[in-house]
Ligand binder design. Sequence first.
Ligand code: R5P
Length: 295
Amino acid sequence: MKPLLFALPGNEDFAGRLNTGLGAELGSLETRRFPDGETYVRLVSDVEGRSVVLVCTLDRPNDKTLPLLFTAHAARDLGASRIGLVAPYLGYMRQDKRFRPGEAITSSFYGRLLSSIVDWIVTVDPHLHRRTFMSEIYSVPAVVCHAAPKLSAWIREHVPTAFVIGPDVESEQWVSAVATDAGVPWLTLEKTRHGDRDVEIKFRDLERWRGQTPVLVDDIISSGRTMEVTLRHLSDLGFPASVCLGVHGLFAEDAFERLVAAGASCIVSTNTIPHKSSAMDVSDIVAKAMSPLLQ
Ligand code: R5P
């Protein structure tokens, strides 16, 4: 029997693309909110004895996690033989350490929570911060896909005169791979974060790149401050309008508009989080990574 893919609300497009790539079957899921805000879930398709895949990107995870837990629990309860989670973006990765006394280490608890309801996870470029492997956080197999080839291809096609700028030294390996594959030069900056929306960036001499188009790349665009500070600096130096490229376009609050106001000529992200900037499709990479887990 073919695996049954269920799209949690907002994930219909990504699930449809996965379904096409995998030749699976799309399941029907009914969810709604009761007037008091509680969640109603009904698996319309019969899951008994079936391998089930839940597609649920986990940006803004507070609103999405409970419906996901209820759906996974219902699938198990109704006899699904195996349950996988495709979370193109995986939230709650940042707080993996107690920086100040009394802080909750949400990353490991969230990992335990998701690991308790599904048999495997596939995600794209999780921001591992101080961890090296997903297995340090997730107890079920958690497969990581990489969007770098999509960013390289986009740069190659759209900005052949690019020089790629990464936000910090930690991003060096990833940024250099993206740029090298695109056949363009690269550099990284030195970023210090003082607060959620307060970043300081040390710039080096950029004169040698004059005449080329700056392409700012990052794995996450959240508050947008990292790119906004960089855009303003480049604009002050008289560089041509810059391109912003991110894997996960979270765009908290008015981040997208602030990037436009700061001089971005074009802002592009992958479709791990549906957004008007999602012009790079990573569903084929995810489908490939999922295949062995569906055998
Ligand atoms: C940090 O380690 C990440 O690579 C990004 O640079 C960061 O998450 C971007 O955040 P923001 O858009 O809030 O500056």
